[in-house]
Design a protein around this ligand. Sequence first.
Ligand code: SAH
Length: 346
Amino acid sequence: MEIEKKDIRSLTKQQLRDFFVANGDKAFRGNQVYEWLWSKASHNFDDMTNVSKETRAMLEKNFVINHIKVDTLQRSEDGTVKNAVRLHDGLIVESVLIPTETRTTACVSSQVGCSLDCNFCATARLKRMRNLEPGEIYDQVVAIDKESRLYYGHPLSNIVFMGMGEPLMNYNNVMKAIDMITSEEGLGMSPKRITVSTSGVSKMIKKMADDEVKFKLAVSLHSAIEATRNRIMPFTKNFPLTELREALEYWYRKTKSKVTYEYVVWKGINDDKASIDALVKFCKYVPCKVNLIEYNPIDDGEFQQASDEAIDNYIKALERHDIVAKVRRSRGKDIDAACGQLANKS
Ligand code: SAH
């Protein structure tokens, strides 16, 4: 019977060192292989030319490298690139490269499908099939970094966990991936250039604060009125706004890091004065800024982008209270790469 081989990237550096010692080799061999796996992002034991052929064959016999493969790549007329990424078990997730004049942002996925059920989001309809492994998250970043260099002549500068899935429902793997992305033994990126976005899983926001993470936090708020939020994001019935508020206060006390609220304004849902007042009030709890995101229709009809006037009312009210607010135009709409559109259509 064939035993399923272990994914070598699930081993820590120490475990890899121990493996070599247990097999009569030097611990140092573990360091070499670890470097190939992470900082060189190698997907093939045969690449590892500074270890002997026998060692490579031995690794091949014992392990696999469960890596991703960019299956299809679509380029938007605005320069956005969407990767459909095939995982080792055939499942597909999507990641997006968003270029601006000065930087490139990678929008990466954390789950296949999503644990949550936001009514306005295409990914929510896929349901969660599984969590991504740290290596699978890491690989998305590496792939987009390569594309950024190829198409735009500079490396990737920022990462947002705003692709498919709820990152805080795959906490350990997301944290491990970020550790490797920021470690000198991995990609050596600054955590300040990474944003993790959550729909508001309060317990895990507190856990992040306890873990003293150094990246930024964004919260998909969309309404600061409980009943409205419960209606458009049904799972929030288990995550009341009072708990969210408390978690964010805890986050800020521990990290001193501002929170970004993502907020879509919809016709007849949250384009009224009461919604604006509730948001302004919510914004007073911790230092924050608000990104008003353009709605990307997911062919439903229930949700429609609010009028420019309604958006203006939000901006004015927030500015009156000295809250920084920006309107974010969506990118990559023509290739279904914009917020909430990731749904493996192709
Ligand atoms: N689950 C995490 C990570 C996904 S981020 C979270 O919810 O924060 C994706 C962002 O796009 C979220 O802010 C989400 O609320 C927003 N979004 C979802 N569907 C959208 C749509 N159709 N148009 C615009 N934004 C959308």
